[in-house]
Design a protein around this ligand. Structure first.
Ligand code: NAP
Length: 334
């Protein structure tokens, strides 16, 4: 079997999960190069990895570069993706910098794997909250069409990176041990026993960037800008695993039974929908898993062909690392 030279850029919450996912899914890695902003050694599941500072020439000989660096002007993708492509790698980027660019496919393999072949050196992973919603809604969209989506997200602190995980752990430790230690709060406010109805920056229309990502990315992935979508994104006091309550209206007549039947066979979905026995997905079910869990399927009591679903997934895995590695798997198939 052909083996590939793979680079992972960033060793924060997502980058470390990428290294784990590559191994767990037995991606045919010949040589693995790991980059961040400085040289060091990290240990993941008992294995040591040498991390090198990202510099010119780092991607020579690399076939696939999985980017999990910070977004923005000084972020890894803006600074190094063009170089990686020039040096011969195909870039799969987790950040938002390239997602909405016209010639960059935005891919959730369960929904639009075919878009991968249009890439010109870079393929983007959607935002974590978009990915899990797409996995659950894609089969419904393909069979019944969708004209309206209203999503409320309940996003874990790991979605804000390694620093968010450290903050929540320190806050609960401080509370449990009743110590006066002062806790750094990169998220701004306390997240223990709390939530923030605000992720990302506010736009002029008072929606946040995180909320608009769900709208624009869903339109791009489905190649359908007619779906009327709006979202409220909330950061909750959960360590890992995003949840979403999603309302949708189908274009063609549909029933709860038909949705259950579709989702019970859908790629990447685990149906967990037995309300009489209190069975529904929770973040603890999805932690460390690659699938998207769906439950609480029910019809809206007032609107025809309108339904609610509850969708939960591991944001570091399906919402980031696993989706990127799945794209790499599709790439090498082609
Ligand atoms: N967390 C999630 O659930 C999630 C989900 C979907 C997408 N994403 C996206 O995935 C990316 C990574 O997120 P994260 O949560 O893993 O963040 P993180 O925990 O803050 O880690 C960021 C990593 O990027 C590295 N980095 C930043 N700028 C760099 C540069 N210029 N050159 C090389 N390395 C650089 C950092 O290096 P140092 O360690 O040396 O500082 C660090 O290892 C972000 O774009 C994020 O938006 C995250």
């Amino acid at each position: 079997m052909k083996k590939y030279t793979v680079a992972v850029v960033g060793v924060g919450a997502v980058g470390q999960e990428m290294i784990r996912v590559l191994k767990q899914r037995a991606f045919p890695v010949g040589d693995l190069r790991v980059f961040a902003r400085s040289d060091r050694t990290i240990t993941i599941d008992g294995i040591e990895y040498a991390v090198k500072e990202l510099k010119d020439g780092a991607f020579k000989g690399v076939n696939i570069a999985l980017f999990a660096g910070t977004e923005g002007e000084k972020g890894a993708a803006n600074a190094f993706a063009a170089q990686a492509i020039k040096e011969g790698a195909v870039v799969i980027d987790n950040g938002a910098d390239f997602r909405m660019k016209k010639d960059v496919p935005l891919v959730v393999p369960e929904a639009n794997a075919k878009d991968i072949k249009t890439h010109k050196g870079i393929i983007a992973n959607p935002n974590c909250s978009t990915i899990q919603m797409i996995v659950a809604l894609a089969p419904i969209y393909k069979r019944f069409g969708l004209k309206r989506i209203i999503a409320s997200t309940y996003q874990a602190v790991s979605g804000s990176g390694r620093s968010g995980i450290v903050q929540i752990e320190n806050e609960y430790r401080q509370w449990a041990t009743n110590t006066p230690e002062s806790v750094e709060r990169p998220m701004g406010d306390p997240i223990s026993f709390n939530l923030f109805p605000h992720i990302g920056g506010f736009s002029d229309d008072d929606y946040t960037t995180e909320e608009w990502k769900v709208v624009h990315e869903t339109h791009k992935i489905f190649h359908d800008k007619k779906i009327k979508i709006s979202c409220t994104a909330v950061r909750v006091s959960v360590r890992n695993g995003h949840s979403e309550a999603v309302y949708f209206e189908t274009s063609k007549p549909c029933t709860v039974q038909k949705i259950r039947a579709l989702l019970s066979k859908a790629q990447g979905v685990i149906l967990m929908d037995d309300p009489k026995n209190n069975k529904y997905p929770m973040p603890i079910h999805c932690d460390g898993k690659d699938e998207t869990f769906v439950g609480r399927i029910r019809r809206d009591p007032f609107v025809k062909n309108a339904f609610w679903v509850w969708i939960v997934a591991d944001n570091l895995r399906k919402g980031a690392a696993t989706n990127a590695v799945q794209i790499a798997e599709e790439l090498i198939k082609k």
